[in-house]
Design a protein around this ligand. Structure first.
Ligand SMILES: NC(=O)C1=CN([C@@H]2O[C@H](COP(=O)(O)OP(=O)(O)OC[C@H]3O[C@@H](n4cnc5c(N)ncnc54)[C@H](OP(=O)(O)O)[C@@H]3O)[C@@H](O)[C@H]2O)C=CC1
Ligand SMILES: O=C1O[C@H](COP(=O)(O)O)[C@@H](O)[C@H](O)[C@H]1O
Length: 648
């Protein structure tokens, strides 16, 4: 890290290149992911453990979650012609892992939270048991990577190359994997899910014999689906080599299923097709439900009844929003739990796949400098800011509003990760156990502590947005966590679209130094002298620490400077898309960034009073200019809770 200062007292000073260790640590439990032999070993239970931190591993894993750079990449036109589909090899043609590789169903149990109030109704369809997390001990997650981090140097980050994938051919193959994207013709599937799957495929993070199914109600052929997918596939800038061939190979593994208007029949057809490909051996299945909310329960239930993997695990990915209110969410959860076990359900909020989010726990729990200060004694307030400068089409939040769409999952999950106690391990359930305690400790929001805004949308054609009555596009709120660690510390949230500046940041503001000897040098505004940790996701990911230092020269002039870790200077690797990150986690069985049912319910409890108030009184949001700073009332909210406004 470096420190830079400027001569203006307490200005935000310039920054300088910085250094830090690579803190990537990941482990995979299935040996069907190709890694070179020097990077893995088998743990005592037979799981594959990836060894070594260092630049290579860091790039391979942090870097495997890939960023699609559209402008630089090759696009395939819709009119592309494909070779006849090569059916996937059936299981019998491969050597597969047997039980010793970690598919012992009988030994898997899911930690059940007894306090989870939602009833679990089991259906008689046999569930495939999950296998992953129980096999990886937490210390294997961390130690095997970090201890080997000896050769990481700034600027010494070799590209992840074809060589990498070629090196991996000797890796033993695991269970095959079928991934079905239900809602394959939709915007999300085309724009995000298929490109993310391709990026994972390209980098070798899908099993070699993966099969990908697109399902919708339209009457299409495999070729049609391939054309649709091909039109949005891109190559990462550092993965151009053989990209065309890889695209062809990927597309030849995609199949279209016409689900029709009766999901039961549709899912049975899908299961039949999967079976043909899987043969009789171990095979896992992921169902990505990218369908409108109203279709969700029927699709999920028919999958639960008709399409679960007979020999392997089954996981379903459910898109946000997770219900409209406490009641509808409870119903949705009940339906899901009637067909699936909790550990099979992955509620995805792509915003949680951002690097910043994963960094919260890395920073807190892998450094000594933060955690001892991480409490009410030293922290004065925490601010979570998600400010979008352009109005994304509100299609998927339209009718839901920003509280249901972003605050319920993204914001509350961010706060939970920031505020939770150290989990006993990095296992998903251990982290979820701590997150839910925070969520349950957050005071129900006082409607007087919420400011709603809506940008003026007279130019609907300009923004492509149809605002629904009083749907807020902006929300500022003050939250309090009533527990020993955070009592009295305001967590201020600002989230909005159509604002002046695009930024996603977390500010942790520390208290004043008691009896500060330099009080007079700091000047009249003591707030200028407080330390601040800023975790910035956009623009330009960075970790900044504001500190006070002496300006060189005679006399004693203090300056506020920033210790600055700017990711783009430090790491040359492309940042992977959030969907890649999270789909990879699903494949890996890592559920810590996906909300468990009790977390979902706890989050609704926090928000229900304010949502009910809005619905009851048809509370009109304060209008603000598109491209402006949002509602003025938010400034007053900050002042009311004694928090200096982090300027736009
Ligand atoms: N778009 C985005 O960026 C985001 C979307 N989401 C959520 O993801 C889900 C999908 O979004 P998006 O792709 O934008 O939606 P679209 O409306 O673009 O696509 C929906 C897809 O679901 C299929 N579908 C519609 N009705 C049914 C049904 N009754 N049974 C089975 N399939 C059906 C449609 O195909 P067909 O009509 O041919 O059957 C289509 O493929 C939504 O729940 C949304 O809230 C969440 C975050 C971001
Ligand atoms: O889900 C949502 O995410 C987008 C932000 O997406 P990102 O790819 O830029 O992270 C947000 O604009 C939208 O309101 C929300 O519903």
């Amino acid at each position: 890290m470096s420190l830079s200062s400027c001569l203006l007292p307490f200005s935000q000073s310039a920054t300088a290149p910085s250094s830090s260790v690579c803190s990537c640590h990941l482990a995979a439990s299935f040996s069907n992911f190709p890694v070179s032999s020097r990077d893995y070993s088998f743990s005592r239970n037979g799981s594959l453990v990836l060894n070594g931190g260092g630049s290579n591993l860091c790039r391979r894993f942090c870097g495997l979650k890939l960023w699609i750079l559209k402008s630089l990449n090759r696009r395939r036109g819709n009119n592309r012609k494909y070779q006849p589909v090569n059916e996937l090899k059936t299981r019998s043609e491969h050597t597969f892992l047997s039980d010793e590789q970690g598919l012992r169903k009988e030994s898997i149990t899911s930690p059940k939270d007894p306090s989870l109030a939602l009833p679990e109704v089991k259906c008689d369809a046999g569930f495939a048991e999950e296998t992953r997390a129980a096999y990886l001990r937490p210390e294997e997650h961390i130690l095997r990577t970090d201890l080997n981090d000896g050769f990481h140097k700034v600027g010494d980050l070799p590209p992840v190359s074809k060589q990498f994938s070629d090196d991996l051919s000797d890796v033993r193959r695991g269970a095959s994997l079928c991934i079905a994207v239900v809602g394959a013709t939709g915007e999300l599937a085309r724009g995000k899910i298929f490109p993310a799957l391709f990026a994972l495929y390209y980098s070798g993070y899908l099993p070699e014999d993966v099969a990908i199914f697109g399902v919708s109600r339209k009457n299409l052929t495999d070729e049609d689906l391939r054309s649709i997918i091909a039109s949005t596939l891109t190559c990462r800038v550092d993965h151009q080599e053989n990209c065309g061939d890889k695209m062809d190979a990927f597309l030849s593994r995609t199949y279209y299923i016409n689900g029709g208007y009766n999901n039961r029949d549709g899912m049975s057809r899908l299961a039949e097709r999967m079976k043909q490909i899987e043969g009789e051996s171990e095979a896992n299945r992921i169902f990505y439900l990218s369908v409108p909310q109203e279709a969700l329960v029927d699709v999920a239930c028919t999958i639960g009844d008709n399409a679960q993997a007979p020999r392997g695990w089954t996981r379903i990915i459910v898109e946000k929003p997770f219900g409209f209110n406490s009641h509808s969410s409870h119903q949705l959860t009940k339906s899901l739990l009637s067909k699936f076990e909790e550990k099979q359900i992955y509620r995805i909020d792509h915003m949680l796949g951002r690097n910043l989010i994963e960094n919260l726990t890395v920073l807190r729990f892998s450094n000594l400098v933060f955690e001892p200060l991480w409490n009410r004694t030293y922290i004065r307030n925490i601010q979570v800011i998600v400010s979008e400068s352009i109005a994304h089409t509100e299609k998927y939040s339209d009718g839901y509003g920003i509280i249901r769409d972003i605050v319920h999952s993204h914001i509350l999950q961010t706060i939970a990760l920031l505020a939770m106690e150290p989990p006993i391990s990095l296992d998903g359930e251990d982290i979820r156990n701590e997150k839910v305690k925070v969520l349950r400790s957050i005071r129900k929001i006082n409607p007087r502590d919420v400011i709603l805004g809506q940008y003026k949308s007279s130019s609907r054609d300009k923004n492509g947005v149809i605002l629904n009555g009083v749907d807020p596009t902006y929300c500022a709120a003050a939250l309090y966590i009533d527990n020993a660690r955070w009592d009295g510390v305001p967590f201020l949230v600002r989230v909005g679209t159509g604002l002046i500046k695009h930024r996603v940041e977390i500010h942790v503001q520390f208290r004043h130094v008691p009896g500060n000897l330099y009080r007079e040098n700091i000047g009249i505004n003591i707030d200028l002298g407080t330390n601040e940790l800023i975790l910035r996701d956009e623009p330009d990911e960075a970790i900044l620490v504001k500190i006070n230092n002496k300006v060189p020269g005679l006399g004693l002039q203090l300056d506020a400077s920033e210790l600055n870790l700017l990711y783009k200077d430090r790491y040359k690797a492309e940042v992977p898309d959030s969907y890649e990150h999270l789909i990879h986690d699903v494949i890996d069985g890592d559920n810590h960034l996906f909300m468990r049912s009790d977390e979902v319910a706890a989050a609704w409890n926090i928000l229900s009073p304010v949502l009910e108030e809005i619905d009851k009184h048809h509370t009109a949001p304060e209008l603000y200019e598109f491209g402006g700073r949002g509602p003025v009332a938010a400034y007053y909210l900050w002042a009311k809770h004694g928090v200096p406004w982090a300027d736009d």
